[in-house]
Design a protein around this ligand. Structure first.
Ligand code: C2O
Ligand code: CU
Length: 454
């Protein structure tokens, strides 16, 4: 995700004075009736590190069907280690990571490390490799080199498998960062009212409920003055978030700290996006989302309550932590290559396409190892598309010609209708890398291509 491009119509609205919205909305509000306590927010349990060595972590995941959600709702979900979201995997920069996956799903799967620069054969895609068959296992291993809030999910029948619950956070810590009083993980997803999967089975937003860490009506209690590092992931198949709360302090995007602290009015998180924030709460507040859809942003201009936060203790005026922000980006080197990815299709009976091609019948774009390239994304279709590139990170040079403020490293960027976005990347990871829309139905519908680094 990217900061600096968010305009909001609500800048002058006093949140206290906002009328009660839940009755007027065509959406099911996820906030409980005032006076009735919300379910206390819990976090996805972390995976146990099975390697005692200091610079190595080792995890074991078992993918299997799950028939009941945590809150007792019957479901036809899939889960890693019986939990949705899957276990949080945590490593620090420089660690060797080993993950053994056992496939108990009864159907083929893989693991893809969204955003991590893993070796090509560890990327979990099926362009040149077979997936892990039902009943089989595979051990992934790679070294993590860049801090950030990443995630993992299958890359086979992605729309179906992610929708059913196969996803989890993967955190790479930078030991040089200041230590907050507490870290908080918020993994957003949608599910339909019946409890089973989300987006692609019930594309009607009126039947969708947002969940945070798998809970549909969570509430949170914090202590005044405690400094929180809040890591946020939108793992939904097609639901967009436009998050807001009073006094937002954004510190990081997909991959580590931004150039500088950003204080936006709201932050759009497309499917696949991550962001990090600092919370130093002094009084109760509400995390909410403006209604935002792929078919044109702020569709209804309204908001939906997601998480009421109750703050205990006395206000203390605690200052923020001293984050080692990178400062503004150095001037772009002259790129040796420019690539264009144009998004089109989606009209009645049309496929979703990049450069007029439908995956897997695509022409492979090629970059030389080590070269600096500019990728221009152009959206010619009637919906927005979150673009994601595997194995690399990029910086946003411009959005419709405008340079974003203090951006950091990204791997997922939403491209608005008719927008043109220019990205800079260093082609530093050899192999064949998928580049696709992260609206998973679009990806499965053909909006995916291959970038070869050789
Ligand atoms: Cu998160 Cu190719 O995907
Ligand atoms: Cu798309």
């Amino acid at each position: 995700m990217i900061t600096g491009l968010i305009t909001t119509l609500a800048a002058c609205v006093d949140p206290e004075a906002r009328p009660e919205k839940s009755e007027a909305l065509p959406y099911e509000s996820t906030v409980t009736t005032p006076g009735i306590p919300a379910i206390p927010l819990t976090e996805p349990a972390p995976a146990e590190d099975l390697d005692p060595a200091d610079n190595a972590v080792s995890f074991r995941l078992e993918a299997a069907p799950l028939s009941t959600l945590d809150d007792g709702v019957p479901t036809e979900s899939y889960a890693y280690n019986g939990q949705i979201p899957g276990p949080t995997l945590r490593a620090k920069v420089g660690d060797t990571v080993t993950v053994e996956l056992n496939n108990g799903l009864g159907t083929a799967t893989t693991l893809h490390w969204h955003g991590l620069g893993v070796p090509n054969l560890m990327d979990g895609v099926t362009w040149l490799q077979n997936p892990i068959a039902a009943g089989e296992g595979f051990t992934y291993s790679f070294t993590v080199t860049a801090p950030g809030t990443y995630w993992y999910h299958p890359h086979v029948d992605v729309d179906q498998q992610v929708d059913r619950g196969l996803y989890g956070m993967f955190i790479v810590e930078d030991p040089g960062d200041p230590t907050p009083d507490r870290e908080l993980l918020l993994v957003f997803d949608t599910r339909d009212e019946a409890g089973a999967g989300d987006g692609h089975t019930a594309p009607d937003p009126a039947r969708q409920v947002w969940t945070i860490n798998g809970l549909s009506t969570p509430g949170l209690t914090l202590t005044a003055g405690e400094r929180h590092r809040v890591r946020v992931l939108n793992a939904a198949n097609l639901g967009y978030l436009k998050l807001r709360w009073p006094g937002m302090r954004q510190i990081a995007g997909d991959q580590g700290l931004l150039g500088a602290l950003q204080e936006p009015e709201a932050v759009v998180l497309a499917p696949g996006d991550r962001a990090e924030f600092e919370w130093i709460a002094e009084q109760d507040f509400l995390v909410e989302t403006e209604i935002y859809t792929a078919s044109g942003g702020e569709a209804l201009g309204d908001t939906l309550a997601l998480l009421p936060v109750t703050v205990t203790g006395d206000p203390s005026d605690t200052p923020g932590l001293d984050w080692p922000f990178a400062g503004s980006r150095a001037e772009t080197e002259d790129p040796s290559t420019e690539l264009l990815f144009a998004f089109s299709g989606g009209a009645a009976s049309e496929d979703w396409m990049i450069n007029g091609e439908v995956y897997p019948d695509v022409s492979v774009s090629t970059l030389a190892l080590g070269e600096v390239a500019v990728i221009e994304l152009r959206n010619l279709s009637a919906t927005e598309h979150p673009f994601h590139l595997h194995g690399h990170r990029f910086r946003v040079l411009s959005i419709d010609g405008e340079v974003p403020a203090a951006s950091g490293w990204e791997d997922t960027i939403n491209v608005g209708i008719r927008q043109a976005i220019r990205l800079e990347l260093v082609a530093d990871n050899p192999g064949d890398w998928m580049a696709h829309c992260h609206l998973l139905a679009h990806e499965e519908g053909g909006m995916m291509t291959v970038l070869r680094v050789e």
